[in-house]
Design a protein around this ligand. Sequence first.
Ligand code: ADP
Length: 295
Amino acid sequence: MNNLIISNLSKTYANGVQALHDISLDIPTGMFGLLGPNGAGKSTLMRTIATLQEADQGTVTLGDLNVLTQKNDVRKILGYLPQEFGLYPKISAEVLLDHLAVLKGITNKKERKEVVKALLYKTNLYADRKRNLGGFSGGMKQRFGIAQALLTNPKLLIVDEPTAGLDPVERNRFYNLLSALGENTVVILSTHIVDDVKELCTNMAIINKGQVLLKGDPLKVIEEIEDKVYQKTILKNELESYKQEYNVIAEKLFLGKPIIHILCDNNPANGFTPIKADLQDVYFSQIYGEQHGTK
Ligand code: ADP
């Protein structure tokens, strides 16, 4: 199976924003999580790989395929679920999927019927297939988006921020759908939600300001900081002074009281207790570390 290999990709928009800065990633088949805050450059990277916009520099390959120049060939093996997509509200899921299948070149009526039916089952929309799309919930729309992205049986599937705006039940359902996708496909899941990556991905990268801050297996990157995260419940007015003294990577409220997580090579004592680090800690240590200039 071929890896998607991104080498030294850069992009500056006409307004001077450098959205991608020398990005290099080697993405194997399976679920790959691209994690970063809003504005990190995720969508720019996704759209570039999906042949929808040009890079200034760098290369992207999938096996023998030059993704940036052989656009028509890429489109035949690509499934893309953009961050926002419009659906015709007044036609049913089944009719629109059938229509999109025609556009994708599945011209044999019998074959098309089978493909559409299989995808409606797969995305758990079969019972709702006759309903108009205008009445679909956010989660149902996203599942429909996946159904259309799978029409061509893609080797490369790009899913941009799919769980934003979904409630926990819908999100879980969407996770189940994504995790059931073939292991033979390169699936890139772009998200700012750490749990998306934690639940689904075997490989990941954290990007911010157009740069790769960290890449690897989520479990391994957690291991790297495993013995270095400590927590303490503090008073609200102490937060600033703790931030001055320690590398505070997370602050949250528990029963109305602030709890902070810090990253520290040695036990800081002073009332801090060691905790089991998770991906959230890795993420914030990277993002905050960058802001604080400690990286
Ligand atoms: P993300 O998907 O991680 O939120 P984006 O790729 O959308 O990040 O944006 C990265 C940066 O590029 C942001 O600063 C954004 O404002 C800027 N940007 C995105 N699209 C355009 C565009 N078409 N023209 C100018 N700037 C853009």
